[in-house]
Design a protein around this ligand. Structure first.
Ligand code: EPU
Length: 331
């Protein structure tokens, strides 16, 4: 294991915020994780992945844990499926790239998504019509309180849109160590989202879908290596049908998607209507190509980002009477 004191979190958050943590501890096995949990049992603990969904609002006075377990293995297979178990610290896109190379399908729509395996199972990341929950079979965890192992079935994870039991009633209580995916030996393409179909052409291979997704993402979303961001800053709101209909009477061609429980209106559209596209507060900017994303133009303080996010929420509330909520976790 590797333990550092008073180090900058700059390499550990994609927003590029330069704050410090008192202790940073990285472990390479479940046994090491258990040792760390005993050693730091009276400390404030935060477990992070790639830091692609976090906004550090100041120095962290506690212990940040990170998994350096980065392998994947085939557990078993049947006629149509392969069950792959991946370690929490494996970068999602490295896993997806290897799977696509082998012609294994199920995660290709999530290509190029930032983040690591463990955090993505907590957050239920999603893109281009697929959420990671669609292929998660089970999630192995360690209980923070006593170090015991607990395996959650997909149902027990209570997945929702960018949501799971690990973000709600069990928040901070379990650390994901491994995720098992149920993947397909034969491609079942999911091309319904937006322009994915026209980008892939007919009868695409798994690799062709991966390449199309990467092309689309690169057109719309900032590269975190070049411009700090945490991907989508807000979740897309779901509003009652009557509220959507009232908005649709006032505005031409309101983009919308039928959902269980209401109508989803893209937050990007709402934010654009409020005139925020490209606007800045300090070093924080509402990204011109995709206003759902807030970026750090280089010198943003956490306060710049918080102020921009709050101003955007206030505008959307005032103009549409809709609450848009951050997807990003404020720490
Ligand atoms: N739109 C505008 N103006 C813009 C951009 C988009 O009005 O400048 C409207 C368009 O109507 C467009 C709609 O917003 O059809 C949706 O845009 P997009 O397809 O880019 O997706 P999104 O709803 O903005 C979600 C995820 C992304 C994911 C994409 C693709 C959330 C919060 N975000 O964004 O996830 O990549 O779909 O599946 O659900 C992330 O979580 O970090 C992330 C990037």
């Amino acid at each position: 294991m590797k333990i550092s004191e008073n180090i900058s979190l700059l390499p550990y958050n994609t927003f590029g915020i330069d704050v410090k943590t008192r202790i940073f501890a990285e472990y390479s096995s479940v046994e090491e994780l258990r040792e760390l949990l005993v050693r730091y049992k009276n400390e404030r603990i935060l477990h992070i992945g790639a830091g692609s969904n976090l906004l550090f609002t100041g120095d962290f006075d506690g212990v940040i844990l990170h998994s350096a377990m980065r392998r994947a293995r085939c557990l078993n297979e049947d006629g149509d499926h392969v069950f792959i178990e991946a370690d929490s610290g494996l970068v999602m896109d490295e896993l997806i790239s290897q799977l696509c190379d082998m012609g294994i399908s199920g995660l290709e729509n999530l290509s190029y998504i930032p983040g690591e395996v463990g955090a993505s199972a907590v957050q239920n990341v999603g893109a281009y019509g697929v959420e990671v929950k669609d292929v998660i079979e089970s999630v192995r965890t360690i209980c923070v309180a006593d170090g015991s192992e607990r395996v959650f079935t997909n149902d027990e994870c209570k997945y929702g849109y960018r949501d799971s039991i690990f973000k709600n009633e069990l928040r901070g209580q379990y650390i994901v160590t491994h995720v098992t995916y149920r993947l397909n030996k034969h491609l079942e393409p999911k091309l319904d989202y937006g322009n994915l179909c026209s980008e892939t052409g007919d009868n695409p291979s798994v690799m062709a879908i991966r390449e199309a997704v990467i092309r689309i993402r690169k057109q719309k979303l900032p590269e975190v290596s070049e411009l700090g961001s945490a991907g989508s800053f807000f979740k897309n709101p779901i509003v009652p049908r009557a509220q959507y209909e009232a908005i649709a009477k006032q505005y031409e061609k309101v983009p919308h998607f039928e959902q269980d429980g209401g109508i989803k209106i893209p937050a990007a559209w709402l934010i654009e209507q409020c005139g925020w596209k490209g606007k800045t507060i300090g070093g924080a900017q509402c990204y011109p190509k995709q206003p759902l994303v807030l970026v750090n133009t280089g010198s943003a303080s956490p306060q710049d980002i918080i102020s921009l996010a709050q101003s955007i929420c206030d505008s959307v509330k005032e103009k549409f009477n809709i609450d848009i909520r951050p997807e990003v976790n404020y720490i």
